[in-house]
Design a binder for this molecule. Structure first.
Ligand SMILES: Cc1ncc(COP(=O)(O)O)c(C=O)c1O
Length: 422
């Protein structure tokens, strides 16, 4: 069956989540025209309620000054604690395993400080060869911090020659082959360039079987793909708040620490906000960690940074994680079906299986990166907000909280026109 815009409209009309789109600010083109926003994998849209939450925080500050720590709506002193529960629900873990704080790379640095403990021959860190640069820099900095040699001790796994995606069995084979040298595996939930979603339970089991710890970078998973961290072998995970979590540019991120590590004597970098809240303001000389992941906080938290996240998490709760995921799967399937009909020259490099991808689809247009870039520039000039990642990938994501089937249809139509025009 040839898919039409009418089909897309019908699907949107039948979608119980479609009204949520009205709760987000939809950007317009510079000339005021409609834009097709497919960039939630980079920066999620602004929930309209974010303005209200921020305004409340500013008013409370204006009205109460320091007394807002106790008297604001809600009190600033434990503003962040209220964000842990909905975040834990999204990530499928216990509330005390989550702390909302800092940004991703800062949290990764903190987690590496605690969980990367090279000892004897076991000192290597395993990452994927196309890891996001910040992750690579962070990991290299810890190797150097411990006097290791990144050229030797950073182990990178690439796809097989001629392939674009990493096979989990290759990761297992690497861990079997040199597992006794590996102290830590750091792996993404969803790969930023290809959109490949990994079987994190399998990766975590393989890491533990080899005697290594395992941490996940969930930058592209949090708010995108439900993943039950509770049942996973993950020792820690980190994420950012500005992509699928819609908490604004440079937004507050978070950390997960598995409860099996609570109460350990593991070294950590500490600050007063991680101190047991029962005695924090007694100003004791000796640090005693707050229970759970909260004990990894350093500084008193930014309420202004957290307010938009509170607005967004409320929308996730309203929509329901599974319903969002079901819609996301349907949007990607619609894209693929439509693309096969109208833009067969465009190759989706993200895996086809639903379990191996989230909302993001990564597109390669032709063997010629210069043409791919022209196609990208053309669709951008015609109202599509998506992004380009070197060397030749166009990334698009239909975020189920605010995107619909008509967005997907209009994008594919625009892509088809771009292919004709370039
Ligand atoms: C996979 C991944 N890791 C790390 C980062 C760095 O995040 P931050 O700037 O919040 O530290 C990003 C940013 O986009 C990312 O996509």
């Amino acid at each position: 069956m040839v898919l039409t815009r009418e089909n897309a409209r019908e699907r949107d009309a039948a979608d119980p989540l479609a009204p949520l789109r009205e709760r987000f600010a939809m950007p317009r083109m510079a000339q005021g025209g409609r834009c097709i926003y497919l960039c939630g994998h980079s920066l999620g849209l602004m929930p309209l309620a974010a303005r209200q939450r921020l305004a409340e925080a500013l008013e409370d500050w204006e009205r109460l000054g320091v007394l807002g720590h106790e008297g604001a709506r809600p009190p600033w002193i434990n503003y962040h604690e209220a964000l842990a529960a909905p975040t834990a629900e999204l990530l499928g873990c216990r509330t005390d395993e989550v702390v909302v704080m800092n940004s991703l790379t800062v949290n990764l640095q903190l987690m590496l400080a605690s969980f990367y403990r090279p000892a004897g021959a076991r000192r290597r860190i395993l990452i994927e060869a196309s890891a996001f640069p910040s992750d690579r820099y962070a990991v290299r900095s810890h190797l150097q911090w411990h006097g290791c040699d990144p050229r030797e001790d950073l182990l990178e796994l690439a796809p097989r020659a001629g392939e674009e995606l990493i096979r989990e069995e290759d990761l297992e084979a690497t861990l079997e082959r040199c597992g006794e040298q590996i102290a830590l595996v750091l792996w993404p939930g969803v790969q930023y360039l290809t959109g490949q979603a990994f079987d994190l339970a399998r990766i975590g089991r393989a890491a533990h079987a080899a005697g290594a710890l395992v941490g996940f970078d969930l930058a592209h998973s949090a708010g995108n793909m439900p993943f039950p961290l509770r049942a996973s072998p993950a020792d820690f995970a980190v994420w950012c708040g500005y992509k699928y979590l819609n908490a604004g540019p440079g937004a507050i991120g978070g950390c997960f620490i598995h409860r099996r590590h609570f109460g350990e004597e593991r070294p950590r970098l500490v600050g007063w906000w991680g101190h047991d809240p029962a005695t924090r303001f007694d100003m004791p000389h000796d640090f005693r960690a707050a229970a759970g992941a909260a004990g990894y906080q350093l500084s008193n938290q930014s309420v202004l940074a957290a307010a938009p996240l509170a607005a967004s998490l409320a929308l996730f709760q309203e929509a329901g994680v599974q319903r969002l995921r079901d819609k996301s799967v349907a949007l990607s399937a619609f894209f693929e079906q439509l693309g096969a009909q109208r833009t067969p020259q465009v190759r989706v490099i993200t895996p086809r299986e639903h379990g191996a991808r989230g909302a993001q689809l990564s597109l390669r247009v032709s063997p010629d990166p210069a043409r791919a870039r022209r196609v990208f520039d053309w669709v951008r000039a015609h109202g599509v907000v998506c992004d380009w990642r070197a060397p030749d990938v166009i990334r698009v994501a239909a975020a189920p909280l605010y995107n619909g089937f008509v967005d997907v249809f209009d994008f594919v139509e625009c892509l088809e026109a771009a292919l004709r025009a370039t």
